[in-house]
Ligand binder design. Structure first.
Ligand code: NAD
Length: 275
């Protein structure tokens, strides 16, 4: 099985499918990430606030997989956006991960009321120049936030990682991203289990037609939209299931029926309210 890669606006590539570790217990992370690497994942999405970077790092070290075969993302928490704090924050993340650079560093939330997200982006540009991260991007940034960081630095984020699943597609953000060469990473690609995506008729019908599970159909929909995804599961059989999505294709009609499931069904907070 070969996982396709996407070329970012800085010329670097990212595996389109990875493994996310939000809410993975720090005490279980080494085992779970080891199982994910064993299953074939090579792209891991973590964050300082998840508290499990050290477990990710131990799994990487134990795997023996060459560094250049792995793609590791972590994120700057919003308490560390001001002044020079982002520089120390990435150093702390690298220490936890046991790495001398990450592949992608993201500014986790804009928290505009705090007034520091543009500074955070300026410091992330410096961190890329210092070689501590290969690529830089943002998360949960709306067009107004993207406008501000680009205007301040002239540097366009490589990705914007946003909540996105068939019931909540954020067309304003994805349209902006398309126009500016920003790739979308879809977090909560399966609706975090909070939205009954797997019972929706177009998902069930496509799953039956292709002899796949509803989760595989939803992931396939994301991939065909060009989104980068990293579904999370603590269970090995689901890790394997979520990787096994490259041997079928949704027809244009099947994909369109799933796209029509848009309901404005956000499962998380509005980016302007997270601070
Ligand atoms: P998800 O949509 O991947 O849902 C995960 C849940 O779906 C699992 O806990 C499990 O219950 C269920 N699931 C997984 N595979 C399944 C399968 N094959 N069949 C049935 N159910 C299945 O949600 P997520 O973990 O929140 O999102 C994925 C990743 O996105 C996270 O782990 C994290 O890396 C990232 N994320 C980022 C942000 C952000 O603010 N940037 C926020 C949330 C998540």
């Amino acid at each position: 099985m070969t996982i396709p890669t996407i070329t970012l606006n800085d010329g670097h590539t990212i595996p389109q499918l990875g493994f996310g570790v939000f809410k993975v217990d720090p005490d279980e992370t080494e085992r779970i990430v080891s199982e994910a690497l064993e299953a074939g994942y090579r792209h891991i999405d973590t964050a300082a606030i998840y508290g499990n970077e050290a477990g990710v790092g131990r799994a990487i070290a134990a795997s023996g997989i060459a560094r250049d075969e792995l793609f590791i993302t972590t994120k700057l928490w919003l308490s560390e956006q001001a002044g020079d704090k982002p520089l120390a924050a990435l150093d702390a993340s690298l220490e936890g991960l046991g790495l001398d650079r990450v592949d992608l560093y993201l500014s986790h939330w804009p928290a505009p009321a705090n007034g520091h997200y543009v500074n955070a982006w300026e410091k992330m540009v410096a961190l890329r120049e210092a070689g501590k991260t290969t690529s830089i991007g943002v998360s949960n940034h709306l067009p107004e936030h993207l406008d501000a960081v680009i205007a301040a630095t002239g540097v366009t984020p490589a990705v914007d990682q946003i909540e996105l699943h068939p019931a909540y597609q954020q067309n304003d953000v994805t349209g902006y991203a398309r126009d500016h060469g920003i790739r979308i990473e879809a977090w909560g690609p399966l609706g975090q289990g909070k939205y009954p995506l797997f019972e929706e008729a177009p998902v069930v019908a496509a799953a039956a037609a292709h002899d796949k599970t509803p989760a595989q159909v939803v992931l396939r929909w994301h991939l065909q939209q060009g989104f980068i995804v990293f579904p999370k599961s603590n269970r090995v059989e689901r890790m394997r299931e979520n990787l096994d999505v490259f041997d079928f294709e949704l027809s244009p009609d099947e994909a369109a029926a799933i796209t029509a499931l848009e309901r404005g069904g956000r499962v998380s907070s509005h980016p302007n309210e997270v601070n």
